[in-house]
Design a protein around this ligand. Structure first.
Ligand code: ADP
Length: 635
């Protein structure tokens, strides 16, 4: 339809231009004809008059020659010339100017002058023939003939002049007619041009109105939709392509509106669900935007903010902000479990402990767009834990002194410095001594734990070479290993001649406890005759970590226990050996305090490998001795 309208508009212009062109061609051809007639006429009448004048002149010349006796009839065929001229005059008199173009007639004046000239020339020619072709006469007779010929010649020349004048008049008329025709053609062409321009303007305006106006209105509506205003409807004014476009747009706007309404409802419902769910959480939850400002708080967070007097502020307390920044920088969520990581606030004059859990919020492209901060209130649990720890510490401490005395007494009795023992007594005393040792060890562990919990133990870090640490731990464990029939093996470095391992900055007493505990466990849980390996190598992509690992060939530990092995008092069910389940948890706390990591790799029946990762000290380590950097099996 639109194509039809465009075609029609353009056809209109083509028709106007075609009409103009045809008209111009027609007028030009008419003017050309007129011009041709004008030329022909000027040819025929003008030339005939001139020829008659020449012929008359020549004849008079010939007559005079004859009178003087010099006549040469062979040089001049007057008869043929006069006949041809008479023929031409006859044509002129009849009004025929060009025999090849019948219908082309001369003017009235030309015709009458030609008739008269024909009569006059005919008479002159008859006398001239008589004079020229007659026989020789006496001079007196020639004079009579010649005098009549002179009169006739004068008459012919006068009428020839009249024909020339009539011819000039005809030429002037023709020229005027051609000029008038040209003017008329120019006027007609100007008129046709004006009509063509008007028609073109009209067609263009119709097309513009019919095409551009709907498109402009569509464009405006699309822009409004893009700006979010979906209440758009374009009037459908035609059934052509533009009408179809308008209809399609209206349908799209309706669908978009419906989709937005339903999406908005769904979003509002989801938002309500999330808000209600978060509101039901007893722990304060803050959601921060990418700029760090608090964007959402649940009621518990509102209360906390109010009590901590940062309700008017758009930011969290400084300690939490710092943690959030650390989490953002590391890109890893912060999900602590131990009370050691809780933060303390003063509320209403008393201490409040919260455990901050910081979760990074990411979009579908894994880009961080915010952070959720959950502040779990652990004040009560912390108090209970404190009480428990204090109790354990007090009880352990109270028990330790008498137990140490008992242990000393038992050792003295067993050494028989205070008297002899029979075998039965000796056996009983040995059992009592072992049990006392075990209980004392447990008490020491408990006291250690309590000190770690309260942070009362100040870390005394010194730089130590991995080789020294390994060697010292192996030396300490050697007696126990020999008693259990276990071979201890130590390896420092990968033995490929690489650079000496860097030093680590550790609290030697604490870190020795860790490796002693791992070695004791490995010896305790390994079958007699097997080998326990203590190895230290570089670790991490940049080699800036040191990996200490204790590998045994014992029963191994099933996967499901791995995560809990480092919890307090956790022991794998069915473990035959005695123990309190505290050693690994103490080791775990110590390693964490060194910014390290501890873990296990083990499968039932394949032995266990406990590893500790410690960061290398930044200062360049002193070179190690060759003995320490090479694998050196220790018997
Ligand atoms: P415990 O005093 O009981 O050894 P730990 O904390 O040192 O306490 O160990 C916790 C538990 O882990 C142990 O009871 C034991 O079940 C398991 N375990 C530790 N080390 C090993 C090992 N090398 N091989 C097998 N099991 C082990």
């Amino acid at each position: 339809m639109l194509r039809f309208r465009l075609t029609m508009g353009l056809m209109c212009l083509v028709v106007v231009m075609l009409a103009m062109g045809l008209f111009a061609i027609d007028r030009c051809s008419q003017l050309g004809k007129q011009f041709q007639i004008f030329l022909v006429e000027s040819d025929a009448a003008g030339h005939t008059a001139l020829a008659i004048k020449r012929s008359t002149g020549r004849l008079l010349g010939a007559a005079l020659s004859r009178l003087s006796g010099n006549w040469e009839p062979s040089r001049y065929d007057f008869a043929a010339e006069s006949r041809e001229l008479e023929e031409r005059l006859k044509d002129l008199a009849r009004g025929v100017t060009d025999k090849t173009r019948p219908g082309e007639e001369g003017t009235e004046g030309e015709r009458s002058a030609a008739e008269r000239l024909l009569t006059s020339y005919g008479a002159f020619a008859a006398k001239a023939r008589l004079f020229l072709e007659g026989e020789e006469k006496p001079f007196a007779q020639w004079r009579v003939v010649a005098s009549g010929l002179g009169d006739e010649a004068a008459n012919v020349l006068e009428i020839a002049d009249q024909l020339t004048a009539a011819h000039h008049e005809a030429v002037r008329e023709s020229r005027n007619a051609v000029a008038a025709g040209v003017n008329q053609t120019i006027r007609a062409l100007i008129l046709a041009m004006i009509i063509a321009v008007v028609a073109a303007i009209y067609t263009c305006s119709r097309l513009t109105r019919g095409l551009l106006e709907p498109l402009t209105s569509l464009n405006a509506s699309i822009n409004r939709v893009a700006d979010g205003n979906l209440d758009q409807e374009i009037p459908v004014l035609s059934q052509d392509e533009l009408g179809l476009l308008a209809r399609a747009f209206n349908r799209m706007a309706t669908h978009l509106k419906f989709y937005r309404n339903s999406t908005s409802e769904e979003l509002m419902r989801l938002n309500q669900i999330i808000r209600s769910t978060l509101a039901s959480f007893p722990d304060p939850i803050f959601v921060l935007n990418a700029g760090g400002a608090v964007e959402f708080r649940n009621p518990a967070a509102d209360q906390l903010a109010l009590r901590l007097l940062f309700s008017g502020m758009r930011r969290l307390p400084e300690e939490v902000e710092r943690k959030v920044e650390e989490v953002r920088a590391s890109g890893r969520d912060y999900l602590p479990t131990g009370y050691r990581d809780c933060l303390r606030f003063k509320i209403d004059g008393s201490d409040k402990y919260v455990l901050p859990r910081i979760v990074l919020l990411r979009d579908s492209a894994a880009l961080i767009f915010g952070v959720a901060v959950i502040l779990e209130d652990v004040t009560r649990m912390r108090l209970v834990d404190d009480m428990k720890s204090n109790l354990v510490a007090t009880v352990s401490h109270e028990l330790k002194t008498p137990l140490t005395s008992i242990r000393l007494a038992l050792y003295l009795i067993l050494e028989q410095t205070v008297g002899g023992l029979n075998p039965k007594q000796q056996k009983l005393m040995t059992t009592a001594r072992d049990e006392t040792d075990r209980v004392l060890r447990t008490l020491n562990d408990l006291l250690d734990l309590s000190r770690l919990d309260h942070g009362t133990h100040v870390m005394e870090r010194t730089l130590a070479l991995p080789g020294d640490i390994v060697e010292s731990a192996v030396r300490e464990a050697r007696v126990a290993a020999e008693e259990a029939g276990i071979t201890l093996e130590s390896i420092v470095g990968d033995g490929l001649g690489d650079a000496p391992l860097p030093a680590v900055s550790v609290d030697l007493q604490r870190i020795s406890y860790v490796f002693a505990n791992l070695l004791t466990n490995a010896i305790k849980y390994s079958p007699s005759g097997s080998t326990v390996t203590f190895r230290c190598v570089r670790d991490g992509d940049d080699g800036q970590m040191l990996r200490f690992e204790v590998r045994d060939r014992g029963p191994g530990i099933a996967e499901e226990h791995h995560a809990r092995l480092f919890e307090r008092f956790y022991r794998v069910k069915g473990t035959a050996k005695t123990g309190a389940g505290l050693g690994l948890s103490i080791a775990h706390d110590i390693v964490l305090a060194h910014d390290g990591r501890i873990g296990v790799k083990s499968r039932p029946g394949e032995g266990s490998t406990f590893y500790v990762l410690l960061p290398a000290a930044p200062a360049p380590a002193p070179a190690e001795g060759p003995a320490a950097s090479n694998p050196a099996p220790t018997p």
